[in-house]
Design a protein. Structure first.
Lengths: 282, 581
C-alpha cells in the first residue's frame, strides 16, 4: 500500500532489474552518442601494418584483419544498431498503434479485416521475410529498417487493440461518449494514456528484438553495408578467424548481448512496476 | 463452549494497524453478524480466521477455532481446516468460481481433496449438495459452466462448495451485496436453513443493517478496526444505545428532505401521474398492465391541453442482442433485452426505474443516453428525436443529458486530474470556454456537490468512494443538464455516505430543477428521492405510478416480488421483537 504512494520514479529506482537494465541501456546509448564526436581511431582508415592485433593498451579490444580498431567499430556499430532498431520500433508503433486503436474503436468488419491481415503478417517468420524484403529491394540499413519495422506493426497493433478493447466498455469511456466525444478524441484522451504503459513495455521488447534482427541481417550481409561497421557484420568477419583471434567475435557478441540484456531487464522492471498484482507478490 | 473465539486480535499490514483488539465469538448454530462500513476491518477479521491474509500482515492475539489455535497452526493444518471445517462464501459470485471448470467439478474438487472420496463418490455428493442449495440436477446438470448461470445461481454454487463438507463454521463476506433484492432474499433464506440443518456457526459480514436484523442472533458493530458494540441483534438494533449504532441505523433509513413533489405538478386533471402516461402511439394493452384498469385511472385524454410538454418520450423501444447460433450457419437467435418500452418524463421529475438484475434497465438507460442504438422504436428528448441520428446531430441533445454511474472507481480515467475529468462535458459547448472560464465552471460544479475548488488538482484515486461519486455528479451537472440518468448511483456506497449522496441528489433536484431517471434495484433509494416508479421485468415495464402508491401497494407480480424481498430495518426489528414477545 505504501509503495504505491511513492512517486513512480522513486519506485522505479528501487527495482533492481529496472536499475541494472536502465544502466546498461544508458551505457550503450552514451557510447553510441559519443561515437558521433569521438572514437579512439578512425573506423574508415585501414592500417594494414596493425592488422589482427590482440587487445593491448593502444587497442583495448584489438584490431581486425584490416587493422581497424575494434573498440571504435563497436562504438560506431552501436549507433547503427540503435538507429535501425529505434526507427523500426518507431515504424511499428506509428502504424501499429493507430491501427490497433482504430480496430478497437470501430469494431465490426474493420476490426476483423485488420486483425486477419495481422495474422497473415504474423504467419511469416519475421527474419526470413526481412531477408526476402532486403533481397528484393537490395541490402542496406534503410531497407533493413523497413523490413524490421513492417514486422513490428502487427505486434503493436495487437497490443494496442487488446488494451483498448478492455477500456472501451469502462464507465469512464461511456461518460466521455455521453459528453459527445468521438472515437478519435476518446482514443487520444483516454485510451492512449491508459495503454501507454503496456506499449512502453512492448517497446523495450521490440527494441531488443530489433537489435537482434539487425545483427542477423547484417550477419548475412543484408544490413548496413561496409565501410559502415555493424555488429552483425563484425561477427561474420570474425567467424573464419575464431581460432586465431577469438576476441574479434567476443567483443561484438558481448555488445549485442549486453544491449539486449539491458533492454530485457528494463522491460521486466517496467512490467513489474505497472502490474499492481505482480507488485504485491514481490 | 464457543466454536470460534477471538480475543484481543490485533492486525497490522506493513506497519499500518488494521485491527486494534477485536473480541468476537461464534457458538455452534449461532449466526453472528459483523457490521461496519468499508475500511472497518470486518473482511480482514474473516481473512484472519481463514489465515488468508495478504503478504506483510502481522496478527497478534488469540484466535481459537474448535479448540485449535489458528494463529499458531501450520499451513498444512490450515489447509485441512479450510473448506472442511470452515467454509467461506465471497461477495462476488462472478469471480469466486473458476470459469473453465464445470460446477460439478468445482463442488466435487473440495470433497475429494478433504475426504479422499473416489471421483464417482464425490460427484454423487456434489449432486446432493447442489440439489440442496436449489440447483437440482434435472434443471442444472453438473456439466454447466459458471457463465451459464445467473449471479444468484452462481452464489448458490459457491455456497454449495462452502457447505459440501458440512463445515462447523461458515464465513459469508457480503454474500448478497452483488445480487438484486429478490435473489438476496432467496440466498439469505438458504443460509438460514443450512445453519439450522447443520448446526453451523455463521459469521455473516454485511454493511446492511436490514439484512442483519433479519438474519443474526448477535450483532457485532465494527468501526476503524475496533468493536463498537456487541450484543443480541434485536436489542442492539431496537435500543440503539451506542451512538455509532444509532448513526448507522439512521443513515440506512435516511430519507432526504425534499419538498414533496406537489401532486398538482405531476398529476394531470384526470388524476393520474401525467408523466407516467403512455404515449398515444403505444396503447397500453400491449404490454403494460395497468394498476387498476378501468378504475379511477381512465385512458389518457389525447387532446389534453393542460399537460406540460414531456422532457423525454420513449415509444415502443426494442433492443435485440444477437444470441447464440444453433449451428455455425444459422443466423444468431436474437435475445430481446428491451421489449416495447414506452413512457414519458416531465421536466424536473424524478423517476425510478426498478427491477431485478438482467431485466433490461441498464440497456434502456444506454439507449436513452444515445450510447446504444435501439433495434426499433423512438426516443424524443427535449423536442429532438434521438434515434437514428448521427453523432454530430446528437451534440445538442447530449448537452442536456448526463450520466452518473454505479461504480465510483470505474467512472473516472485514472490518469486525468479532477479539473479535466469534471470539465469533460464542456466539450459539448459550441464555443470552447477559455481556461479561466473552464476553471470557474469546474469550481462551481465542485462547490455545488460539496467539494472545494482545491480538489481540482487531484487525481481520482485520492478521493474516497463517496467523494468520487460527488465528482461524478459534479461532472454530470457542470452543463446544467435537464436530465441525469443515474445507474445504481449509491449501491456501491456505505450507508452513511449513501444518505449524503441521496441528500445531494434531492438538493440538486430542487435547486437546479434537473430531472432524474434513477435505475436501481434498491427500493429504499426509489422511495427516498423519486416521484414516480416504473417496474421493469423481462424488458417490459409492467407497472408504473406514484412512488408511494406503487411501493406500498404493488400490483404487478414483479413489483410485489421486489417489495416483499426488500429488506427493511424497521420492519425486521419490529417483527423480531414480536417474535420474542
Amino acid at each position: 500500500m505504501t509503495a504505491s504512494r511513492q512517486s513512480p520514479l522513486a519506485r522505479a529506482f528501487a527495482h533492481r532489474s529496472f536499475v541494472i537494465g536502465f544502466a546498461l541501456v544508458v551505457l550503450v546509448a552514451t557510447i553510441a552518442l559519443l561515437s558521433f564526436f569521438w572514437t579512439p581511431y578512425d573506423v574508415t582508415r585501414l592500417v594494414v601494418a596493425d592488422r589482427m592485433q590482440p587487445p593491448s593498451r593502444a587497442h583495448w579490444f584489438g584490431t581486425d584483419q584490416f587493422g581497424r580498431d575494434v573498440l571504435s567499430m563497436i562504438m560506431v556499430g552501436a549507433r547503427n544498431s540503435i538507429a535501425v532498431a529505434l526507427v523500426a520500433v518507431g515504424i511499428g508503433m506509428g502504424v501499429g498503434v493507430p491501427l490497433g486503436c482504430w480496430a478497437a474503436a470501430r469494431g465490426g468488419w474493420v476490426d476483423e479485416a485488420l486483425m486477419r491481415f495481422n495474422d497473415v503478417v504474423f504467419a511469416f517468420p519475421a527474419l526470413l521475410s526481412a531477408i526476402m524484403i532486403t533481397a528484393i529491394f537490395g541490402p542496406g540499413a534503410v531497407n533493413a529498417i523497413i523490413a524490421i519495422g513492417i514486422f513490428n506493426i502487427p505486434v503493436f497493433a495487437r497490443v494496442a487493440r487488446a488494451g483498448a478493447l478492455a477500456l472501451w466498455p469502462r464507465e469512464f469511456v461511456l461518460a466521455a461518449r455521453a459528453a459527445g466525444k468521438g472515437p478519435t478524441l476518446i482514443t487520444v484522451e483516454h485510451i492512449l494514456p491508459n495503454i501507454a504503459t503496456i506499449l512502453l513495455v512492448q517497446v523495450t521488447i521490440q527494441f531488443a528484438l530489433g537489435i537482434l534482427a539487425e545483427a542477423g541481417l547484417s550477419y548475412v550481409g543484408l544490413g548496413a553495408q561496409p565501410p559502415m561497421p555493424s555488429w552483425g557484420r563484425m561477427l561474420f568477419d570474425a567467424q573464419p578467424r575464431m581460432i586465431v583471434a577469438p576476441y574479434l567475435a567476443l567483443f561484438p557478441g558481448m555488445a549485442i548481448a549486453i544491449t539486449v540484456l539491458g533492454l530485457n531487464l528494463l522491460g521486466d522492471g517496467l512490467t513489474d512496476m505497472f502490474d499492481p498484482k505482480l507488485r504485491q507478490q514481490r | 463452549m464457543n466454536l470460534l473465539q477471538i480475543e484481543g486480535l490485533k492486525l497490522a499490514i506493513g506497519g499500518t494497524p488494521i485491527l486494534r483488539g477485536i473480541d468476537l465469538c461464534v457458538a455452534p448454530g449461532e449466526t453472528v453478524a459483523l457490521v461496519g462500513e468499508s475500511g472497518s476491518g470486518k473482511s480482514m477479521t474473516a481473512l484472519t480466521v481463514m489465515r488468508l491474509l495478504p503478504e506483510g500482515a502481522e496478527a497478534q492475539g488469540r484466535v481459537h477455532f474448535d479448540g485449535q489455535d489458528i494463529l499458531a497452526a501450520s499451513e498444512a493444518q490450515m489447509c485441512a481446516l479450510r473448506g472442511d471445517d470452515i467454509g467461506m462464501v465471497f461477495q462476488e459470485p462472478m469471480t469466486a468460481l473458476n470459469p473453465i471448470k464445470t460446477i460439478g467439478e468445482q463442488v466435487a474438487e473440495g470433497i475429494r481433496q478433504h475426504t479422499g472420496a473416489s471421483r464417482a463418490d464425490a460427484e454423487g455428493r456434489a449432486r446432493t449438495i447442489l440439489a440442496r442449495v436449489g440447483l437440482p440436477e434435472q434443471k442444472f446438470p453438473l456439466t454447466r459452466y459458471p457463465h451459464e448461470l445467473s449471479g444468484g445461481q452462481r452464489q448458490r454454487v459457491v455456497i454449495a462448495i462452502a457447505c459440501a463438507l458440512k463445515p462447523k463454521l461458515l464465513i459469508a463476506d457480503e454474500p448478497t451485496t452483488a445480487l438484486d433484492v429478490v435473489m438476496q432474499a432467496q440466498i439469505l433464506d438458504l443460509l438460514r436453513e443450512l445453519v439450522v440443518e447443520n448446526r453451523m456457526g455463521l459469521l455473516l459480514i454485511s454493511h446492511d443493517l436490514a439484512v442483519v436484523a433479519e438474519m443474526a442472533d448477535r450483532t457485532v458493530i465494527m468501526r476503524h478496526g475496533e468493536v463498537m458494540e456487541d450484543g443480541e441483534t434485536v436489542r442492539v438494533l431496537s435500543e440503539q444505545t451506542h451512538p455509532y449504532t444509532r448513526q448507522l441505523a439512521q443513515a440506512s433509513m435516511h430519507v432526504p428532505v425534499r419538498k414533496a413533489a406537489s401532486p398538482s405538478r405531476f398529476v394531470s386533471t384526470l388524476g393520474e401521474p401525467a408523466a407516467a402516461r403512455p404515449t398515444p402511439s403505444s396503447p397500453l394493452g400491449a404490454n403494460v398492465k395497468r394498476p387498476d384498469e378501468g378504475g379511477t385511472n381512465r385512458p389518457p385524454d389525447e387532446g389534453g391541453t393542460n399537460r406540460p410538454t414531456p422532457l423525454l418520450t420513449v415509444e415502443n423501444l426494442v433492443r435485440d442482442y444477437p444470441g447464440r447460433r444453433r449451428s455455425p450457419f444459422s443466423p444468431p437467435q436474437a435475445v430481446r433485452a428491451v421489449d416495447g418500452v414506452s413512457f414519458a418524463m416531465l421536466p424536473g421529475e424524478s423517476v425510478a426505474l426498478v427491477g431485478r438484475s438482467g431485466c433490461g434497465k441498464s440497456t434502456l438507460a444506454r439507449m436513452i443516453l444515445a450510447l446504444d442504438a435501439p433495434t426499433s422504436g423512438c426516443i424524443v428528448f427535449n423536442g429532438m428525436t434521438l434515434t437514428g441520428q448521427r453523432e454530430s446531430a446528437l451534440r445538442a441533445a447530449r448537452r442536456h443529458m448526463q450520466v452518473v454511474f454505479q461504480d465510483p472507481y470505474g467512472s473516472f480515467d485514472p490518469r486525468q486530474k479532477v479539473e479535466r475529468l469534471v470539465a469533460e462535458p464542456l466539450h459539448l459547448l459550441d464555443r470552447a470556454p477559455t481556461t479561466s472560464e473552464k476553471r470557474e465552471m469546474v469550481a462551481d460544479a465542485l462547490h455545488q456537490v460539496g467539494l472545494s475548488s482545491a480538489d481540482m488538482a487531484k487525481y481520482p484515486h485520492e478521493f474516497s468512494g463517496g467523494q468520487r461519486q460527488r465528482l461524478s455528479i459534479a461532472r454530470a451537472i457542470i452543463l446544467r443538464p435537464r436530465l441525469i440518468v443515474a445507474d445504481e448511483p449509491v449501491s456501491a456506497l456505505d450507508v452513511s455516505i449513501r444518505s449524503q449522496i441521496l441528500d445531494l441528489f434531492a438538493d440538486l433536484n430542487q435547486r437546479l430543477g434537473v430531472a432524474y431517471l434513477f435505475i436501481t434495484h434498491d427500493l429504499t433509494v426509489a422511495r427516498a428521492i423519486t416521484d414516480t416508479v416504473m417496474v421493469m421485468q423481462d424488458g417490459r415495464i409492467v407497472e408504473y405510478g406514484a412512488t408511494a402508491s406503487v411501493l406500498d401497494f404493488p400490483n404487478s407480480v414483479a413489483g410485489r416480488e421486489l417489495v416483499a424481498a426488500a429488506p427493511d430495518l424497521r420492519r425486521a426489528v419490529a417483527r423480531r421483537l414480536r417474535e420474542q414477545g
